[in-house]
Every structure is written in C-alpha cells, then in structure tokens.
Design a protein around this ligand. Structure first.
Ligand SMILES: CC(C)(COP(=O)(O)OP(=O)(O)OC[C@H]1O[C@@H](n2cnc3c(N)ncnc32)[C@H](O)[C@@H]1OP(=O)(O)O)[C@@H](O)C(=O)NCCC(=O)NCCS
Length: 148
C-alpha cells in the first residue's frame, strides 16, 4: 500500500474514465472530476495498490472526520482486474493503520451491488438510507463499521 500524491492523478483518472464510459456509471458515484481527485490528493488520504510494473490496481480515498471517524469517499479497482481481492487487500492494509477506536462511514448507490457486497463482506452494517440522493433518483445506502 502506498500513500498517493498529486503525481498519481493520471493513473487514478485513467481508471475513473474506464468506469465513466460504462452505461449506468452513475451507480459507481463517478461524478469525480479531475479537480475533485486533485483536491482529495492534496487534502485527504488516498492510498493505492500497485503491480510489479508500477501500474495502479486499486485506490481508496478516505477523509478523516474526527480523530476516530473516517469516511470512505471512493474506492476503485481497475475494471480488468476486479474480483481478485485487490480492494480487500488495500482496505485491510489501510485499516491496520487506523488507531483504535475507529468508526468508518460511507454511502453507496442502492444499485451498486459490487460495492454493497464488498462492504457487507468487510462487515459494514446498514444504518439508514437517503431516498432520491443521486441525480438519477437512486437512493444512497449509509453503512458503518466500528472497532473499539
Ligand atoms: C467495488 C470495487 C471497488 C470492488 O473491488 P475489487 O478489487 O473487485 O474487490 P475484491 O476483489 O477485493 O472483492 C472482495 C469481495 O467483495 C465482493 N464483491 C466484489 N465485487 C463483487 C461483484 N461484482 N459482485 C458481487 N460481489 C462482489 C465479494 O464478496 C468479493 O469476495 P469474493 O470475490 O471472494 O466473493 C470494484 O468493483 C469497483 O472499482 N467498482 C467501481 C467503483 C465503485 O463502484 N466504487 C464504490 C463506490 S465508492
């Protein structure tokens, strides 16, 4: 796992662009512009997992809400290598760096089944939902995970 900086913008944007070109990309929460990615690289924590050739496999954007509370803003694995455990590896590696107690919050589009299954496998519990949250009318599901 590596902490990313603004020099990694293009690698992240390439992965985002592949998803953005897919139908129903709204479900992935892909309103992320280059400026938003740059802003997150400057002011939030962005972690990446690379292959042996230096290509970015997965990245994770998290925001520290308070010393104990982290919010996942985005996680993405290159679409050609999904379902190989890379995000689970990255997420678990990041989790090891969080000082206890911690709480992690996130929201996900109700039709983003890959992400929902991922979060539930990691132990996240559904807290609530916000109807009509996304521009396509989809609801946001709010999940959290806690460790004392
Ligand atoms: C969600 C996402 C990050 C998962 O990354 P990944 O590297 O493929 O995840 P992993 O391989 O570590 O998956 C771990 C577990 O999550 C679940 N999972 C992941 N993708 C799944 C899918 N398409 N369908 C069902 N379950 C899935 C499974 O339980 C999987 O374990 P298993 O393969 O042993 O059954 C990836 O699909 C992605 O980048 N999606 C587009 C961006 C996005 O929607 N991000 C989340 C919104 S912020």
């Amino acid at each position: 796992m590596k902490l990313l900086d603004p020099s990694h913008l293009m690698l992240m944007a390439e992965i985002r662009d592949i998803y953005k070109a897919l139908p129903d990309s709204e479900e992935f929460g892909l309103i992320w512009t280059d400026n938003m990615l740059i802003e997150s690289l400057k002011s939030q924590e962005v972690f990446g997992l690379f292959d042996e050739e230096g290509l970015l496999k997965s990245f994770l954007i998290v925001k520290k809400i308070s010393p104990d509370i982290h919010e996942i803003h985005m996680m993405m694995t290159h679409p050609e290598i999904v379902r190989r455990g890379f995000m689970a590896q990255l997420f678990q590696a990041w989790l090891q760096t969080c000082a206890r107690p911690w709480e992690i919050w996130l929201e996900v589009h109700e039709r983003n089944l890959a992400a929902i299954r991922f979060y539930e496998k990691q132990g996240f519990l559904l807290d609530s939902h916000r109807a009509n949250y996304y521009p396509d009318g989809g609801a946001a599901l709010l999940y959290s995970l806690k460790c004392n």
